[in-house]
Design a binder for this molecule. Sequence first.
Ligand code: SF4
Length: 457
Amino acid sequence: MNRFWLETYGCQMNKAESNALEDTMLESGWIPAEQPQDADLVILNTCSVRLTAENRIWGRIGYFKTLKALRPHTLVVMGCMAQRLADDLKKAAPAVDMVVGTFQKAAFARMLSRAASRKQSLTQERQQDEEYSFSSRHARKTDYRAFVPIMHGCNNFCSYCIVPYVRGREVSRDPRSIFAEIDGLLRQGRVREITLLGQNVNSYRFSSGPDETPLDFPGLLDEIVSRFPVFSAGQTAVSGGSPSDVPWLRFLTSHPKDFSGALIERMAAYPCMCRQIHLPVQHGSDTILRSMNRQYTRSDYLSLVERIRKKLPDVLLSTDILIGFPGETDEDFCRTLDLMRQVGFDDAFTYYYNPREGTAAWSMQDTVPEKLKHERLTAVIDLQRATSAAKKKQRLGKKVRVLAGEISRKNSSEILGRTEGDEMVVFPGAASLIGNFYTVRLAELRGNTFYGHEVAE
Ligand code: SF4
């Protein structure tokens, strides 16, 4: 019993936690199976943010139930869906051997290590709930882009969102643990981009004692930049190279109500900070923002965008738009389109509302007919597509810094990379370029992807 198969669904936080679990398992002697059929242990790390995400997992459970008859294995369901459904999941799917919720992950990882080192089979008793604990490493050794969780949970309780119920209250990670992880990543010499991760990173606040002044998010950035000169001096631990080697520092996700002037100052002051912000607005009508419990108004959001653009004129802004919320009128919807036109987002993730059991909105009447939700979503997508294309066209001819990511699927003599605005750029190059920065002139736009060629710094 030492081969495992791990499937991860959902957000970057889930991916970071799966990497950490995999790291622990490999260290204690577990071996990744080549294919599900070879696994002694199957772990599904699940998402619960939308019903569709859970339906996908029910499908996978069905698949593994069939496989179990051919090749017995232990089937474990962990993550947000496991946290939400707990024992009901096992009752609904007896093929599932263990259900590991958000607050049992650490105990589960320890149990797996013990089982491997003592060559014991897995005990299937329920793991004890514990306070959420951060792992020490969340990136694979081969990664050149790393996600470093700094926060867990959320206290905002937006009325449509299940996250606060499945991930619990906000916990800020001890900065010493964050610094140790970043130090390890930079010493590896491969990492070129670090994303500080949390459901709402702006509300990061850590103090190790009642008399200590809490460290907030801008303060954490100051500490990171001052402790790791590579982020400011342009020198890398590996090559002592030019400014083009300064690693990128990003953060994800922000809540507009907590996006401070101090953070904007830090983004303007530190060259390592990517000029890109994901700032979910969700809607353009104050009535709907209130019933979503977003805790800011339309004009709050617009003035925040103005303040950001004043200090960071070349910043790329993306957002989330959720339409079809209970009570949304034509006028409310038009306010959303109007806000999108006013801001001119570079990109947007767009959804229509689906009632979610366990959220505050679940008790609200779902007043917008499905057909109308689809029509409104189409209008939002069309508007954003036109805005993104127009903004991208304005960037043609510009020289941009690109982090080379992978061989282009369309042409093996080309590389697909990303700008600091997370835009896709394809340029001629070989696999040896992957994981490093290049300066590329944007020559052409095909759909959402820029095509260009490398130029001198
Ligand atoms: S801020 Fe709102 S939408 Fe985001 S995770 Fe928290 S409750 Fe959910």
